[in-house]
Design a protein around this ligand. Structure first.
Ligand code: CMP
Length: 224
């Protein structure tokens, strides 16, 4: 557990001696693909750190439409907001693929926060980074047309997951077209139409789950 905690954004910089008592409070959990860790509106009793896999943070409308607020990868922290403000879960957390998480219970988490002055500072930086990302997303919804939003999503995913190859910037995602469309605030039909247009214009090459950005500069010019 000690080595596991060293991989997390919150506890990564603590000394072994400081980590040992925290490690005793945490446990690891395997989360199968598709399972729901918690629903929006649930009481928040624990906080999670993602070790491997992918978790999506979603809000759902009454008619079942889903909007993805965030897609989390290894080292990300989630479920801390309810513990900090005592309100119910602000969104649901769903495993997009099989994942492993570290779980810490509410009282233990709050105790660690009050005893280790470094941790609240770390937490603030995690929350600031998330707010920046969310602000960028709001900006994109407010000011960009559908092609711009799709370009922004592709560039963002490439930044997070991509490999630079001689042919272009490549990334693979297991997200469905519907999930990607949700992230851009467009319908699946519009999302697919824009992707096909980018493919016709030679900006992107698609092969099932593989995306190759052939003309990053042109895509960037669509969002500026
Ligand atoms: P909590 O409200 O306890 O439960 C839902 C969690 O989703 C929340 O804590 C945060 O950890 C996380 N979350 C909420 N909004 C976002 C967002 N915009 N981006 C990423 N994660 C979020």
């Amino acid at each position: 557990m000690l080595n596991t905690l060293k991989q997390t954004s919150l506890f990564g910089e603590l000394e072994d001696s400081e980590l040992a008592p925290i490690a005793a409070l945490c446990h690891k959990r395997k989360v199968p693909k598709g399972s729901i860790l918690f629903y929006a509106g649930d009481p928040g009793n624990s906080c999670y750190m993602l070790l491997s896999g992918k978790i999506k943070i979603v809000v759902t409308a009454d008619d079942g439409r889903e909007h993805i607020l965030g897609l989390l990868g290894p080292h990300d922290l989630f479920g801390e907001m309810s513990l900090l403000d005592g309100e119910p879960r602000s969104a649901s957390a769903v495993a997009v693929e099989e994942s492993h998480v570290v779980v810490i219970q509410r009282d233990d988490f709050l105790k660690v926060l009050s005893e280790k002055p470094m941790i609240p500072l770390k937490l603030l930086s995690v929350l600031s980074r998330r707010l920046r990302r969310t602000d960028g997303h709001v900006e994109s919804l407010a000011f960009l047309s559908a092609p711009g939003r799709v370009a922004r999503l592709l560039l963002g995913l490439a930044e997070d997951l991509g490999n630079r190859t001689p042919e272009g910037l490549a990334f693979e995602t297991r997200m469905t077209r519907q999930e990607m469309a949700n992230l851009t605030g467009t319908s699946r039909e519009t999302f697919t139409r824009v992707l096909m247009d980018y493919q016709d214009r030679g900006l992107v090459v698609l092969d099932r789950n593989q995306y190759m950005l052939k003309d990053e500069a042109k895509l960037r010019s669509l969002i500026n």
